[in-house]
Design a protein around this ligand. Structure first.
Ligand code: 5AD
Ligand code: SF4
Length: 439
């Protein structure tokens, strides 16, 4: 037997890239590669990239520049770029950075082993096709390899919403749902391998409409089917669009025991004028009413969001509306970004907001979010919640995990092991995590 070749993957961006990197590592396992933790050890380096904002995309080129020395030392080293930058700028990458051997877009990962062989033969390989076939069918994992207690599972990919600022519909393509039986089979396999919590992934995961034996299933129906899998303890999903929060999904948040009380529901702005220009097709008021209905179904649910400040033509009054919406909702967590011009998107053509003004708005918004997050976390003290332990902590005897509401949490002198779900009474709240004792 020949010694395995070594693969180093660096992942940028969203959780779907994390999932895709796992699938690519497994596909390359079939081609004789094992994963390593350092680029210096590798026979092949893969960057799984993100194109959502300019900063993320530019990182790729600076990272590639750093591999020059490695490639000089080891001429056989192959370097590949995957992910959304590969999709959007494939040919430009090949032009700008001659040390790149292969470029593979997110819908072509199942062809990676074949591309690697071409690169080994001295060819430059580029594949950014978006074929109709289900790539995941060709990216089956090696059976029974042991897994940690939490896992991502992609059920839906792509987006048809075309928000005016966003590259996703172009880099990930049209919205596609995976069939029900494949999702359930993958979930059962994960549970057999030790997984206790599954986070269903999709760019518009709540628009899921996968084919089942009796027609298309909604996300809620899929969640109820997952709820029946013995050994699976927790279900989460991300990311959702307000317009796809259907009644059955809202109801599941109240009734489905394994569905966790956490919902990431981006609104982007609190101003109707800006929402319209963003092509969001919902209003501030419809979002606020939706939050009310979700909280009526599950009063303790933690709401998380995404915000963009400095979108073209955003005025002080628009921004004030966003701040006001944040005060009304009370976010347990939120991610906020300064608008970044993305080539090819409609908003890129419009009058841009002064960058310093946008910076000031971002700071103000982030200060408010931090205050809300901290207040929500502090309010957990004294409560008893479920915690899934994921790994040992820094101190001897300490275990760390996540609460039902996705707060990081640690327990000192903890008798519970990795993968155990226990009830924990929260005793204190620190800057980044909660501390508790087993109840
Ligand atoms: N500029 C800034 N933020 C963006 N996002 C998406 N596109 C842009 C952009 N051009 C943010 C949105 C989205 C999150 C994943 O990234 O808030 O919900
Ligand atoms: Fe981008 Fe809007 Fe689709 Fe989300 S819903 S992926 S922000 S286009």
């Amino acid at each position: 037997m020949t010694a395995p070749k070594k693969l180093f993957i660096k992942t940028y961006g969203c959780q779907m890239n994390v999932y895709d990197s796992e699938r690519m590592a497994e596909a390359m396992g079939g081609a004789g590669y094992e994963q390593v933790g350092r680029p210096e050890e590798a026979d092949m380096i893969l960057l799984n990239t993100c194109h959502i904002r300019e900063k993320a995309a530019e990182k790729v080129y600076s990272e590639l520049g750093r591999f020059k020395g490695l490639k000089a030392e080891k001429p056989d080293l192959k370097i590949g770029v995957a992910g959304c930058v590969a999709q959007a700028e494939g040919e430009e990458i090949m032009r700008r950075q001659p040390l790149v051997d292969l470029v593979v877009g997110p819908q072509a990962y199942h062809r990676l082993p074949e591309m690697e062989a071409r690169a080994r033969a001295g060819e430059k390989a580029l594949d950014t096709d978006m074929p109709e076939e289900d790539k995941f069918e060709h990216l089956k994992s090696r059976p029974k390899a042991r897994r940690g207690p939490t896992a991502f599972l992609t059920v839906q990919e792509g987006c048809d919403k075309f928000c005016a600022f966003c590259v996703v519909p172009y880099t990930r393509g049209a919205e596609v749902s995976r069939p029900v039986d494949r999702v359930l089979a993958e979930a059962r396999d994960l549970v057999e391998r030790g997984v206790r919590e599954i986070t269903l992934l999709g760019q518009n995961v709540n628009a899921y409409h996968g084919a089942g034996a009796d027609g298309d299933w909604s996300l809620a129906r899929l969640i109820w089917a997952l709820n029946d899998i013995d050994g699976l303890e927790r279900i989460r999903f991300t990311t959702s669009h307000p317009n796809d929060m259907s009644d059955d999904l809202i109801a599941a948040h109240g009734d489905c025991a394994k569905l966790m009380p956490y919902l990431h529901l981006p609104v982007q702005s609190g101003s109707d004028r800006i929402l319209k220009r963003m092509n969001r097709s919902h209003t501030r008021d419809s979002y606020l009413r939706l939050i009310e209905r979700i909280r009526a179904a599950r009063p303790d649910i933690l709401i998380s969001g995404d915000f963009i400040v400095g979108f073209p033509e955003e005025t002080d009054a628009d921004f004030a509306d966003t701040i006001d919406l944040i005060r009304q909702v009370g976010y347990g967590q939120a991610f906020s970004f300064k608008y970044s011009t993305r080539p090819g998107t409609p908003a890129a053509e419009r009058a841009q907001v002064d960058p310093q003004l946008a910076d000031a708005r971002l700071q103000e918004l982030q200060a408010l979010i931090t205050e809300q997050q901290r207040a929500r976390q502090d309010a957990m003290v004294g409560q008893t919640v479920g915690v899934l332990f994921e790994k040992p902590g820094r101190l001897p005897g300490q275990m760390v995990g996540k609460s039902d509401h996705l707060h990081a949490l640690h327990v000192d002198d903890c008798p519970a092991g990795v993968g155990e779900l226990r009830q924990v009474r929260i005793v204190s709240s620190g800057p980044n995590s909660l501390a508790g004792v087993l109840a």
